[in-house]
Design a protein around this ligand. Structure first.
Ligand SMILES: Cc1ncc(COP(=O)(O)OP(=O)(O)O)c(N)n1
Ligand SMILES: Cc1nc(C(=O)O)sc1CCOP(=O)(O)O
Ligand SMILES: [Mg+2]
Length: 525
């Protein structure tokens, strides 16, 4: 079985191209790209830009192919094997940069929206130069505007920005300079510098795709893995991201999963026997251990001061490590919009409930007070959605917040009042981000499409849910979104201890029976 969990090599697989150099030593370039793509269950095609003569000790020759040779490979692929994503690696000279940019421009002019990940390979891990000095200008002017994401290491970032980039401040400044007026995102990989001793940090800068919109900057921090066998990490990372984009992952999720895939390969690679120099990173399958995933830096935390992205206002409200619930399995968790429902469901034996009032009237406080009072009578775990101030004032059991609430809500006050905190997440990146707060539970959604709320673009499906749940065994996890009795067994089998539902209970012909049946599914897992 490969990393994507596929047993059947003939199952339908997205096609991903790599336009890159061959590494005769087998550790980087096309060879690393195809191993990675296979591991993620996509079908890899290649267009070779250079036949490098290379081993684990260095790069004796680059051997760029002629433009016509590169063009003929691209044309052959386009005629038959259309890509769902393209990874670009080594472009050995300005002519190749222009040729590939021209090819991508023609695709774009035909309305093809294919994600392009460019790893601007300029310097090998061994320190050898791999491309002509003059290619940087062509990259910036012609190729970058056509890319979804570029993934330079700090040396390559310095090469493109024409500055030294080896501290948090200089990396941030160089990233802004390179990104310039382009909408492409940038992931600066952190193997070559240490902002905190013993750690690595990748900087992800991403916008909405619209050049005028604000750019989100996130640092992805990991414990440094002590191994000399790092050859091919950049190639592996960028092809993993391309593979995940082809599989439909949002960019930020693709970046954190690919980061974990590389870290797993460094941790488990065990390639000391390959060559006399720096051996290749391993290709070791889907990252299923939390230790391989990066920690997403929170801008209100003290640590953010070291990374040039500290937000004092957020810091004044920041808190982590919230009170844990009495059980990590919260069971059936109906989310309802009235005190009447809270009372009916408490009587029906439900123990975990949420009051979610989206159009509050003048009587909001009274409704929350009544719900809290019922909660006390029935010993409920009653969470109040959104209205955290009233939840504190009324002494609720807990609060449920969305990702966008985390910057503004007074988490310190919620924690100081002893309230439990649940946080919504949609995908791997948000799960890692929310986990940094160590909330009382993490909700993962939307598992399926739902009529209750527009969750388009944020659907996870049961396979991703299972992968996310496997990262946090024993942590209180809640699955939400489009779950009904028919789907509940698959969801419960992922290991989450709780299923949150709206319509499966509130629109059921017999809500008491729905409560019984859904609770039974959870109890049997
Ligand atoms: C258990 C649970 N999970 C997720 C949500 C969604 O919360 P949020 O992202 O804050 O969105 P709204 O519910 O406010 O629309 C939830 N309410 N409960
Ligand atoms: C309120 C809500 N939040 C979601 C999330 O993914 O964050 S999905 C959702 C709606 C859940 O309703 P139903 O059970 O009717 O599908
Ligand atoms: Mg909310």
């Amino acid at each position: 079985m490969n990393a994507a969990g596929q047993n059947h090599p003939t199952a339908s697989r997205p096609i991903v191209w790599t336009i890159a150099g061959s590494d005769s030593g087998g550790g980087a370039g096309i060879q690393a790209d195809l191993l990675t793509m296979h591991d993620f269950g996509v079908y890899g095609c290649s267009a070779i830009t250079a036949n490098t003569a290379q081993n684990t000790l260095g790069v004796p020759a680059i051997n760029a192919v002629a433009d016509a040779v590169l063009q003929s490979q691209l044309d052959a692929l386009m005629a038959d094997l259309r890509p769902a994503a393209i990874k670009i690696g080594l472009l050995a000279n300005t002519g190749q940069v222009r040729l590939v940019a021209g090819f991508l421009r023609a695709l774009s002019a035909r309305g093809e929206r294919i994600p392009v990940v460019y790893d601007p390979v300029a310097v090998a891990t061994s320190g050898s130069r791999l491309t002509e000095d003059t290619t940087a200008a062509a990259v910036l002017d012609e190729l970058l505007p056509l890319c979804t994401l570029i993934t330079p290491n700090s040396q390559e970032l310095g090469w493109l920005a024409e500055v030294e980039a080896d501290t948090a401040e200089t990396i941030l400044a160089a990233a802004h300079k390179v990104r310039g007026k382009h909408a492409s995102a940038l992931l600066v990989t952190g193997g070559h510098f240490e902002i905190e001793p013993g750690t690595t940090a990748d900087l992800l800068c991403r916008g909405s795709g619209n050049v005028d919109d604000a750019v989100a900057e996130d640092w992805l921090i990991g414990t440094k893995i002590d191994t000399p066998h790092t050859h091919g990490t950049g190639c592996t990372l960028s092809s993993a991201i391309a593979a995940l984009l082809a599989l439909g992952y949002p960019l930020k999720d693709a970046c954190v999963v690919a980061n974990a895939y590389v870290r797993r390969g460094l941790r488990l690679g065990n390639n000391a026997h390959i060559g006399g120099g720096a051996g290749p990173v391993g290709h070791c399958g889907w990252p299923d251990q939390l230790e391989d995933f990066p920690r997403v830096l929170i801008q209100g935390s003290e640590q953010a001061k070291k990374y040039g992205c500290y937000r004092a206002q957020q810091a004044s409200r920041y808190a982590a490590e919230f009170a844990q619930p009495d059980s990590h399995r919260l069971g059936l968790y109906p989310v309802v919009d009235s005190v009447e429902w809270i009372e009916k469901l408490a009587r029906a034996g439900v123990r975990t409930l949420q009051l979610r009032i989206k159009r509050p009237g003048d009587d909001l406080r009274r409704q929350i007070e009544q719900a809290v009072s019922i909660g006390r009578d029935y010993d409920l775990r009653l969470f109040i959605n959104d209205h955290w101030q009233l939840a504190i004032e009324c002494g609720a059991y807990g609060v449920h917040l969305g990702q966008e609430d985390l910057q503004d809500a007074d988490l310190k006050a919620i924690q100081a009042a002893g309230l439990k905190l649940g946080i919504s997440t949609h995908g791997f990146f948000e799960l890692l981000y929310a986990y940094q707060y160590r909330p009382s539970y993490l909700a993962i959604g939307a598992i399926y499409a739902t009529n209750t709320k527009d969750m388009s673009g944020q659907l996870q499906g049961p396979e991703k849910l299972a992968r996310m749940a496997a990262l946090l065994p024993g942590y209180p996890l809640v699955a939400i979104g489009g779950i009904d009795l028919a789907r509940a067994p698959v969801i419960a089998a992922t290991g989450v201890g709780s299923i949150a539902v709206v319509t499966a209970v509130t629109k059921a012909p017999d809500y008491r029976q729905a409560v019984k049946q859904l609770s039974t599914v959870l109890e049997n897992n």
